[in-house]
Ligand binder design. Structure first.
Ligand code: NDP
Ligand code: 2IT
Length: 446
């Protein structure tokens, strides 16, 4: 490790002890950026990276609410407003028991670079709570969301900070959050994205992250004159990102072999077709059931407590959560002939896994590039709200495709190595950084 990088990381570590996920995300980015910054003294002298790792603001608040038994429950709410150099803070809300300040700081940090890559004017932020919506009634989820927004409303706004969904926050939660914001503020605005189409949402937003991921994979495959037709794909997760990644893979002629949830994964050797995927969508979004029920219904295998990375495939799409694919999984994937890993989730591959992919010279697309389609269409939802107008499905889908192509181009521009290999990680980090860094330079020391 070079001296500057080591010194930089030591400092960040000192100031952010007990934040392992945040430190992991910063290390990954700094490894690409420090050598680049050394060659560009204007960024170094203005301490751009030192400023980027310091959130502009962090808000932590109490969320008290009454459950169905009339008992008081208390959760913790957060909003990390990381960087507003290129636009208002933008990024999702996560409701999951594993949510900590460290997790949200890592997500907000990644979001800054991702949003920059989309080419749209969005800064980076992230928020959420340790509230677990699982096994809660709709009434309890509504009570929680209303209490959460009763504090959050004073920190967000259509031109200030625009939250959206993430793990545990989908249509239902966005609806309750929006209703409470509207009631408190007395205004109907584009304060959240991922809204229902009837009340200001954008067509294709539900599909955008998963579809965008597959569009990005297609761009990768084109670099070797290849396509998705006939490719075997393993997917983890069965939520928003996983469902629409699977849908687009199926539409493109690939064979989706696995999906998962926190209980384990199902392996369908015949391939999950659209009809079976519709069953998963209904199971997850309406019945709020478990993926193991798929194995019972379609008579295939369920691997309890396991992840799908030992199944032979051409392409792996980790779409569940951070650090869900480790070094051993990566070696197993490579040994089984997998040649492309693209992250629908944020930071699902551990540093050891990424090192194994790089060593094997296989395609590895980091989340900040590959899953940027979701926030990109959120940006398009903001544009439509400002215009007080809605674009058609095709219009939004075409813009999404174009954005994913542009992100791929940026990755190639900054990530191509001497032997021709495209290092998408380096490309995405530098490609995202330059626009933010130049904007920060232009705006002075703020
Ligand atoms: P959902 O809540 O819709 O789905 C999450 C899926 O991941 C579920 O299948 C869930 O299983 C599984 N999962 C969650 N936590 C864990 C865990 N700790 N261990 C094992 N499985 C887990 O979330 P999304 O699909 O929206 O998000 C998935 C990933 O994609 C996240 O990393 C998110 O940050 C990222 N992302 C999301 C975007 C979006 O637009 N929604 C945009 C870009 C990235 P279970 O139901 O059992 O919990
Ligand atoms: O990680 C992400 O990019 C998201 N959860 C989507 C954020 C957004 O504002 O749409």
């Amino acid at each position: 490790m070079n001296d500057l990088l080591r010194q930089f990381l030591e400092k960040v570590q000192c100031r952010n002890t007990a934040e392992p996920e945040f430190l992991q995300a910063v290390s990954e980015v700094a490894e690409s950026l420090i050598p680049y910054i050394e060659k560009h003294p204007k960024y170094k002298n203005s301490k751009i990276l030192e400023r980027i790792v310091e959130p502009e603001r962090v808000i932590i608040f109490r969320v008290p609410w009454l459950n169905d038994k009339g008992e008081v429950e208390v959760n913790r709410g957060f909003r990390v407003q990381m960087n507003s150099a290129i636009g208002p803070y933008k990024g999702g809300l996560r409701f999951h028991p594993s949510v900590t300040l460290s997790v949200l700081k890592f997500l907000a940090f990644e979001q800054v670079f991702k949003n920059s890559l989309t080419g749209l004017p969005m800064g980076g932020g992230k928020g959420g709570s340790d509230f677990d919506p699982k096994n809660r009634s709709d009434n309890e989820v509504m009570k929680f969301c209303q209490s959460f927004m009763t504090e959050l409303y004073r920190h967000v706004g259509a031109d200030i900070d625009i939250p959206a969904g993430d793990i545990g926050v989908g249509n239902r939660e966005i609806g309750y959050l929006f209703g409470q914001y509207k009631r408190i503020k007395g205004e109907f605005s584009g304060v959240l994205t991922g809204k229902g189409y009837e009340w200001g949402g954008s067509l294709i937003r539900p599909e955008a992250t998963g579809y965008g991921l597959v569009y990005f994979v297609e761009e990768i495959l084109k670099t070797r004159g290849d396509s998705l037709v006939g490719k075997k794909v393993t997917i983890s997760g069965s939520g928003n990102v996983a469902q629409y990644a699977a849908e687009k893979c199926i539409a493109k002629g690939a064979k989706v072999l696995t999906m998962s949830d926190s209980g384990g994964f199902i392996y369908d050797p015949d391939g999950i077709d659209q009809e079976r995927l519709n069953y998963i969508k209904h199971l997850k979004d309406h019945e709020r059931g478990r993926i193991r029920e798929y194995a019972n219904k379609f008579n295939c295998s369920f691997f309890e407590g396991e992840r799908p990375w030992k199944i032979k495939c051409d392409i792996a799409l980790p779409n569940a959560t951070q650090n869900e694919l480790n070094g051993d999984d990566a070696i197993a994937l490579v040994e089984n002939g997998c040649f492309c890993v693209a992250e629908g989730a944020n930071m699902p591959c551990t540093p050891e896994a990424v090192a194994a992919f790089n060593q094997a010279r296989i395609f590895y697309a980091p989340g900040k590039a590959a899953n940027a389609g979701g926030v990109a269409v959120s940006g398009l939802e903001m544009s439509q709200n400002s215009l007080r107008f809605s674009w058609t499905r095709d219009e939004v889908d075409n813009k999404l495709k174009e954005i994913m192509k542009q992100i791929h181009k940026l990755c190639v521009k900054y990530g191509r190595e001497e032997d021709g290999h495209i290092n998408y990680e380096k490309g995405a980090n530098i490609g995202g950084f330059v626009k933010i860094a130049d904007s920060m330079l232009a705006q002075g020391v703020v």
